[in-house]
Design a protein around this ligand. Structure first.
Ligand SMILES: Nc1nc2c(ncn2[C@@H]2O[C@H](COP(=O)(O)OP(=O)(O)OP(=O)(O)O)[C@@H](O)[C@H]2O)c(=O)[nH]1
Ligand SMILES: [Mg+2]
Length: 463
């Protein structure tokens, strides 16, 4: 695996001098991956489950946790007493890093770091997610998206530092040494360059989607919260063949959609041909959703989700083995992510039903009927319900038209016959002496192309 130090260098992020102002997790080389997780909530009980799983996904060993319920402290996020507790816990557990599941501002990060033992890193939820994405980004597009997100994370911080340094005439503020305003300009320039490149990749992908539709394929996308079981379901529904012509894919990459009991296993998109009765379906698996992401991070990864937004049908996968409140929260996050840009009908899939008894399933259906009307229950692990899901996909896809064509028996007509076989579902093919009758069903666009191709044939054959 490429160390994040390498990757950092390739982003061209501003140099921070040898004194090491960079307090972010250093990846390989720093050695210490023991982390304490912490979270503050305004009310109720803070839950450390997700941040722990995220930290583990990034390769940390979580050795302690700490929560606090109180309003945000402007300087320290937590109360100062809690920060002292945090320091003691870090010492006791010999942790090298503190992961905070809150939107920690740059000054708060700096202040908390100042109270911790020397060399202990402070990172927040977003930096952690970026770190995971950075470790797993394996296509040019994914790398660009990570770089974009990193730069967008950096920008307000650079702005703040520049203006503070100017106002206070403290060029050494936060140990940055000589801070140059040009850093800010540099970040903005890089952001715009990356955006341009991402846009041109997105245009190519859009062209490819159109080409696939023209060839008679319906495009179905898997969406859902991270770890819902999208990639596992992909394997149930699709042939092993990977149809992504990913020119820039890293050579040593496995070309299958990987599944692991870990958050954000899948980052890039994988497209495979699904095995359906009638329809030719291309199924795309992609990055999972997660709650509480700032808009800049979501936007940086937006083009990853284009295959979802522009699909003909979306399968929204939900882990139904979780308690109803969690399912509800994750459904809401998923709908929020889809809401603004999605154009396709959505079928909700309750996955992991092998872990439920029938009574529980019925209760969950009832409790969530508002958010998930008429879900299909499956187990991507055992394959239960997958046949029903296939039927449902075919039912929900845009209607096909029926057509019946009578063609002359000629070479040109025969190549049209084979074109129709490739692009449509042929119900009947009968040969009489000098003509062939073809009855088929296909997308409206395919039917009209077949008609016009047939119309071109007739004059030649009638001579
Ligand atoms: N018991 C059970 N486990 C499942 C089922 N489907 C998936 N899993 C497990 O759930 C975990 C996550 O599955 P993935 O397919 O990687 O989930 P994903 O939605 O692709 O996750 P990301 O790529 O991280 O967004 C893995 O450990 C799977 O083995 C299921 O039907 N039953
Ligand atoms: Mg996956």
């Amino acid at each position: 695996m490429t160390g994040s130090a390498d990757r950092g260098a390739s982003t061209g992020r501003p140099e921070r001098g040898a004194e090491g102002g960079d307090r972010r997790a250093g990846g390989e080389g720093t050695g210490d991956r023991r982390a304490v997780v912490a979270k503050r909530v305004d009310a109720g009980d803070a839950d450390l489950t997700e941040i722990t799983r995220l930290a583990e996904a990034a390769g940390y060993e979580v050795v302690g946790g700490l929560t606090q319920t109180r309003t945000e402290d402007a300087a320290f996020m937590f109360g100062e007493g809690k920060v002292a507790e945090l320091r003691d816990l870090v010492r006791e557990r010999d942790a090298g890093c503190v992961v905070i599941d809150n939107d920690v501002g740059p000054y708060q990060t700096f202040n908390i770091g100042g109270k911790l033992p020397e060399g202990v890193e402070v990172i927040d939820r977003f930096t952690l997610i970026l770190e995971i994405f950075g470790q797993r980004a394996n296509t040019r597009k994914a790398q660009l998206q990570v770089e974009l997100a990193e730069l967008r994370y950096e920008l307000p911080r650079a702005e703040a530092k520049a203006s503070l340094a100017k106002r206070d005439e403290r060029p050494g503020f936060m140990g940055l040494g000589e801070y140059d305003e040009s850093v800010e300009r540099d970040i903005k320039r890089q952001i715009s360059e990356i955006r341009d490149e991402l846009e041109s990749i997105a245009e190519k992908e859009q062209a490819r989607r159109e080409q696939r539709r023209d060839s008679g394929f319906d495009l179905v996308a898997l969406a859902g919260y991270t770890n819902a079981g999208k990639s596992t379901l992909m394997r149930q529904l699709a042939a092993e063949l990977d149809v992504d012509e990913n020119e820039d894919r890293h050579p040593d990459l496995a070309r299958t959609a990987e599944s692991e009991d870990m958050l954000f296993t899948t980052l890039g998109t994988t497209t495979r041909r699904a095995e359906m009765e009638k329809r030719d379906v291309l199924l795309t698996d992609t990055v999972g959703f997660i709650a509480d992401l700032p808009h800049w991070l979501v936007e940086s990864f937006e083009s990853t989700l284009d295959s979802v937004y522009r699909a003909d049908l979306v399968l929204l996968v939900v882990d139904a083995s979780e308690p109803v409140p969690e399912m509800r929260e994750k459904l809401v996050t998923s709908h929020d992510t889809l809401y603004e840009r999605n154009e396709a009908p959505i079928v909700t899939v309750f996955n992991k039903v092998d872990r439920l008894d029938p009574g529980e399933l019925a209760d969950k259906r009832a409790a969530l009927s508002g958010l998930a009307p008429d879900p299909v229950a499956v187990s991507a692990r055992t394959g239960a319900g997958v046949a029903e899901l296939r039927d449902r996909v075919e039912d929900e896809l845009p209607e096909w038209e029926r057509e019946r064509l009578m063609l002359p028996v000629s070479d040109d007509a025969m190549s049209l016959v084979s074109w129709i076989h490739d692009h449509a579902h042929v119900d009947e093919e009968t040969y009489a002496e000098d003509q062939v009758t073809l009855a088929f069903e296909a997308k409206p666009s395919i039917v009209s192309r077949a008609r016009s191709k047939a119309a071109e044939l007739v004059p030649a054959s009638s001579t």
